[in-house]
Design a protein around this ligand. Structure first.
Ligand code: NAD
Length: 427
């Protein structure tokens, strides 16, 4: 029989963000020189679930929220990825983020594939009771598709330890016994890991420090700017500050603050803890917009807010010497190309922000073994994993004369490809 060439056409997840992930993949597939079998399996997610969640609001009315879970690859193990509550969540965003999670887990040599999910809602407009009901309904609807050996959710934008506690409780109530290993990023009292909260931001700074060493720079002598002052950006700013670097500007959704001689990061954290954001903070700083922050002259720019912050419109105006992606997908394909032309190295998201999923993996291992490690041990194990992955990426980039992003993707795809080729395509 003749071979049938099947062109799937436009699929439901084909949004600009998914196309960005696909464009990166196609480039890397060429560079990684893997077989057709590998490319065919990895271009699309294995499974995508779309849900509607009926939820009772505090005023007694009912509304329904769209929700998603996308599982990209189960070749190396269960899928793993965050759950976000955000007004922009859609299938394409979850599919792109799930694919990036596959590369991130593979690059760090964690026995997982990638997943991502979310509920389309405006989390700041929901009360704690409403958030709990959204989370519990989401978990109940998702129960057939998640599990400690199947798919393990974690926090992402606007979800946190409390969200994970509700997810763990809802899943455990259905099973009839406590299943802490169903989610990571839980409170320590429920089997969460020490250092999970700090892991992503600390990992970002470990990667920045490794890059500085290779570039012959002293981290303590660098001026750093951080976009986003939440879990990732807030911790990264603290770690940079603690290592002696000068953090001259930080920002959140309310805008940014700038002080050429360095910001007092602990005071900024205390202010955000009290007021919820940087809005209104003026002591000894100049207020700047997020656009100005990205174009502030500095050595290291850390992007730790959200996707598509550096793109064709502003990549030419950046005045940093090194860019570190703490967020997922903060640099567009066109932005990347411009930065490469300008000779500004980009520490790519799948390497730079992998500290979170790495300590999530440690949390899952501890939960399964019912044996818990101390903070120093976790930090040491994280540092080992991050530095091993960084060295592999740096070496591939230099051996093949390609960007660090391409090198990270190539290194990651080769890990998945080796497993996929050994397993073959069923049946
Ligand atoms: P978060 O909600 O704790 O913090 C996000 C921060 O970005 C907040 O300070 C928010 O005000 C700010 N922000 C949002 N939109 C902005 C904008 N347009 N301009 C400037 N600031 C803006 O979220 P997080 O957990 O820190 O996640 C940030 C990014 O890091 C996301 O892309 C997420 O997917 C990624 N990430 C998070 C983790 C983790 O462990 N939390 C792990 C890997 C990747």
């Amino acid at each position: 029989m003749a071979k049938v060439a099947h062109e799937p056409g436009i699929l439901e997840w084909d949004t600009p963000l998914f196309q960005q992930a696909r464009t990166q993949l196609e480039r890397a597939l060429e560079l990684a020189q893997v077989s057709d079998l590998v490319a065919t399996r990895l271009r699309y997610p294995e499974r995508a679930v779309i849900l509607t969640l009926p939820v009772r609001l505090d005023d007694g009315s009912f509304t329904s929220f769209p929700a998603y879970r996308v599982q990209h690859s189960s070749v190396l193990g269960p899928t793993k990825g965050g759950v976000r509550f955000d007004a922009h969540v859609d299938l394409g965003e979850c599919a792109a983020l799930a694919m990036w999670m596959t590369w991130k887990c593979a690059l760090l040599r964690l026995p997982y594939g990638g997943a991502k999910g979310g509920v389309r809602c405006s989390p700041r407009e929901l009360s704690p009771g409403e958030l709990a009901r959204v989370t519990r309904r989401f978990t109940a609807e998702l129960a057939p598709f998640i599990g400690p050996q199947l798919d393990i959710p974690a926090p992402d934008m606007a979800t946190n330890e409390q969200t994970m506690a509700w997810m763990m409780d809802t899943y455990s109530m259905q099973k009839g016994y406590a299943v802490p290993e169903i989610v990571t990023g839980k409170p320590v009292s429920l089997g969460g890991s020490l250092f999970r909260h700090e892991a992503t931001g600390a990992g970002v700074v470990m990667v920045v420090e490794s890059a500085c060493q290779r570039l012959g720079w002293d981290l303590a002598a660098q001026r750093c700017v951080v976009q986003g002052f939440g879990n990732v950006g807030g911790i990264a700013a603290t770690e940079l500050h603690d290592k002696g670097a000068t953090v001259t500007a930080v920002s959140d959704i309310s805008g940014g603050v700038y002080a050429p001689n360095g910001l007092d990061i602990p005071t900024l954290h205390a202010y955000v803890d009290e007021h919820g954001s940087l809005e209104g903070y003026t002591t000894g700083v100049e207020r700047i917009t997020n656009e100005q922050l990205l174009e502030t002259e500095c050595d290291v720019l850390v992007l730790a807010a959200r996707e598509d912050q550096v793109n064709a419109a502003n990549a030419g105006n950046l005045r940093c010497r090194l860019l570190a992606e703490g967020a997922n997908g903060p640099t567009s394909v066109e932005g990347d190309r411009i930065l490469a032309e300008r000779g500004i190295p980009v520490l790519p998201d799948i390497l730079t922000n992998a500290g979170g999923v790495t300590v999530s993996y440690f949390e899952w291992v501890q939960d399964l073994g019912r044996l818990f490690w101390d903070r120093d041990e976790i930090r040491r194990r994280l540092a080992d994993k991050m530095s091993d992955a960084f060295d592999r990426v740096w070496d591939v980039a230099h051996e093949q004369s390609i960007t660090l992003r391409d090198a990270a993707l190539v290194a990651a795809i080769r890990e998945v490809a080796a497993a996929l080729e050994a397993r073959g395509i069923y049946p």
